[in-house]
Design a protein around this ligand. Structure first.
Ligand code: FAD
Ligand code: SF4
Length: 599
């Protein structure tokens, strides 16, 4: 090889993240472009890369290392997502007409800011899903796989917040349903580094959970099983190129087949143009608000995908959610220790209540709380709130000025299976008449007042000897708040009934898929990320391997699946084991020599 060839090859290696990519400074060509790196996008990226496809992931948010997460949610630059103010943190809060949505941003999507809770819903929820698929049978093995990938285990820490929730469950006569949560956290020795505990040593190094309560501001201890520690880790290991701070803007069908995806830099001023990507297949996984917004703009603003079904934006659900809480006045009770959501109970068959905590010092969420207020209309409920402020003023002052609100408070996350819905629509708003996503009511609208939730908040305040609170959007604006928005890109038999078919392909656009929370066909009554992961596993399973040899090499061996070695891994039992589980059967014992003939 000439010196010139050598340098050319070297330069190519440096600019290209995978050998399979054709990439120059302007355009990238690959088999799959995935928009968004949350639960749907990460699973799709890893499984497609595992099968030998070239994959590029576009993520609007930033990439985070454990030590980069904010120490508290007052560090708005690192915590909040407000691009106008140059805040590119992990927590988005979108106040739309009809709903307030909490969602995530960054490489790993909602997993960076979420509360680690990974619960499998009751299989009865599938009864209302499209009948052409046996969801229970198809998803059950995918749940098993998803749990192993996300390292799901039972929370072992029953601390103050969990104890308080238990008392609430007793007060509401539902003690029998009280249980610790299933979570994606590594509970090794607290704060101690350990070799990969999940993937037989093939995954990244981890550290044991310290119970600092910081999960909702990003785990600084490398203990939370965020997607960059599992699905995205392997996706990148197998050649996937992740492009952070890259917002997908336009999806344009190409004449030769496939799509062009135009992007812009998320973090630069004046929406600087980003790279253009070309791919046979595009998977939109931008989370409900990201996906519905992107598809609406391409359908009716840029007119690049005009034939997307008019069902887009319909059947949006909030997981039947309400957010409330209580602040206690006993400064010696520290509610902020443990993992973000450690326990739950069911006050009735339809409802699940979880206790949520922020770490000590993370008091920013106090700004979203108002006194617990009885039901009313959009006019009378704010008036009732004013009345509550006057009536309970001295106690409220203690809440507003509590030195460490997070340490003294427990938030209740209430979820219901009831089938209430709303719509997302694209509306021209503001002076500039810019098209923006907005909520709109639908039949059976989502309530902003749940009597069972109010009762639980009252009981919690009693237990904490403190003051119960509602979330501001529910009381002042009549808009429910949710961290679990679902739907908007429904699965249907044809374009008159849904946006995508049962294989997640967008009607009228071959090779364009949707894979994230927006395809979930019902409320789940439990936290949704495990179900989104299982659905994404099912989606990715439909594609054949592009390279059989690579696919064989790229199989994952889960540590949890290994059988214990008979001799404790010392190789002394003679089983042929090399210390990583009993691999070979022991050599058969030779038959006993025949007994000598009797004299
Ligand atoms: C505070 C909080 C706590 C939560 N706790 C839990 C919990 O304990 N358990 C649970 O199951 N769920 C929890 N959730 C919900 C969970 O995070 C979401 O249900 C889940 O992340 C949704 O996954 P997804 O694949 O639909 O998309 P997401 O995870 O939301 O990912 C979408 C990604 O796409 C990116 N994106 C958007 N638009 C574009 C674009 N145009 N171009 C490029 N990228 C784009 C976004 O930045 C984001 O990173 C919580 C959510 C919040 C906000
Ligand atoms: S409690 Fe602290 S250490 Fe444990 S997962 Fe949450 S943030 Fe990480």
């Amino acid at each position: 090889m000439s010196l010139k060839d050598f340098f050319r090859k070297f330069a190519r290696k440096k600019t290209s993240t995978t050998e399979q990519f054709r990439e120059n400074s302007a355009d990238v060509t690959c088999d799959f472009v995935i928009i968004g790196s949350g639960f749907g996008g990460s699973v799709a990226a890893m499984r497609l890369a595992q099968k030998g496809y070239s994959v590029a992931v576009l993520e609007a948010g930033k990439r985070w290392k454990a030590e980069d997460f904010p120490k508290s949610n007052w560090d708005l630059r690192k915590y909040a997502w407000i691009p106008l103010l140059k805040c590119f943190g992990i927590q988005r809060i979108s106040l739309l007409k009809e709903v307030m949505v909490l969602h995530g941003a960054g490489v790993g999507g909602g997993s960076l800011v979420y509360a680690n809770t990974l619960m499998q819903p009751d299989s009865k929820v599938f009864d209302s899903w499209p009948k052409s698929v046996d969801w229970k049978a198809e998803l059950e093995p995918k749940y098993v796989e998803a749990k192993k990938m996300l390292g799901v285990t039972t929370n072992p820490m029953m601390l103050e917040a969990e104890k308080a929730l238990k008392v609430v469950s007793i007060k509401m006569k539902a003690e029998a349903t009280f249980h610790p949560t299933e979570v994606g956290v590594y509970f090794g020795e607290a704060g101690k580094k350990a070799a990969d505990p999940y993937f037989s040593g093939a995954g990244p190094e981890r550290s044991g959970c310290t119970g600092c309560g910081g999960c909702l501001v990003g785990c600084r201890h490398n203990a939370k099983n965020t997607l960059d520690k599992n699905y995205l880790y392997f996706a990148e290991k197998w050649g996937t190129a992740i492009h952070p701070a890259t917002t997908a803007v336009q999806i344009i069908p190409e004449e030769k087949g496939g799509y062009e995806v135009k992007t812009r830099s998320t973090t630069s001023w004046f929406k600087k143009k980003g790279r253009t990507f070309h791919a046979k297949n595009v998977v939109v996984s931008a989370g409900v608000l990201g996906t519905v917004d992107l598809l609406f703009k391409n359908k009716s603003v840029y007119n690049t995908l005009p034939n997307i079904s008019d069902q887009l934006g319909n059947d949006v659900r909030t997981n039947g959610e309400s957010l409330l809480g209580a602040t206690g006045f006993d400064k010696n009770r520290d509610m902020s220790k443990g993992i973000a959501i450690g326990a739950a109970f069911h006050p009735d068959e339809n409802t699940k209540i979880e206790a949520v905590k922020y770490p000590s010092g993370s008091n920013a969420m106090r700004t979203l709380s108002v006194p617990l207020t009885p039901d009313g209309t959009r006019l009378t409920r704010p008036l009732k709130m004013m009345f509550a402020v006057v009536k309970r003023f001295p106690k409220l002052v203690r809440v507003w000025f509590a030195r460490d609100w997070a340490k003294q408070s427990v938030i209740l996350l209430v979820m219901q299976k009831a089938d209430q819905k709303m719509k997302l629509v694209m509306k021209k708003t503001g002076l500039l008449r810019r098209p923006k996503l907005a909520g709109a009511p639908s039949e059976n609208p989502v309530p902003s007042y749940l009597p069972v939730a109010q009762k639980a908040a009252g009981a919690l305040a009693e237990e904490l000897k403190g003051e119960p609170q509602n979330v501001i959007s529910e009381v002042l604006l009549g808009r429910p708040a949710t961290a679990h928005i679902l739907g908007g890109c429904m699965i249907g038999d044809d374009a008159s009934k849904g946006v995508i078919n049962t294989q997640h392909e967008v009607f009228n656009y071959p090779g364009l898929y949707v894979c994230d929370g927006s395809v979930t066909p019902s409320n789940l009554g439990v936290n949704p990320s495990l179900t989104i992961t299982a659905l994404a596993e099912r989606f990715a399973a439909q594609f054949p391997a592009a390279n059989d040899d690579l696919y064989k090499q790229r199989q994952i061996t889960y540590t949890a699946d290994k059988k214990p070695s008979p001799c404790g891994g010392k190789g002394a039992c003679g089983s042929g084991c090399d210390g990583c589980g009993a691999k070979k059967d022991p050599a058969p014992t030779p038959p006993a020599p025949p007994a000598p003939p009797a004299p």
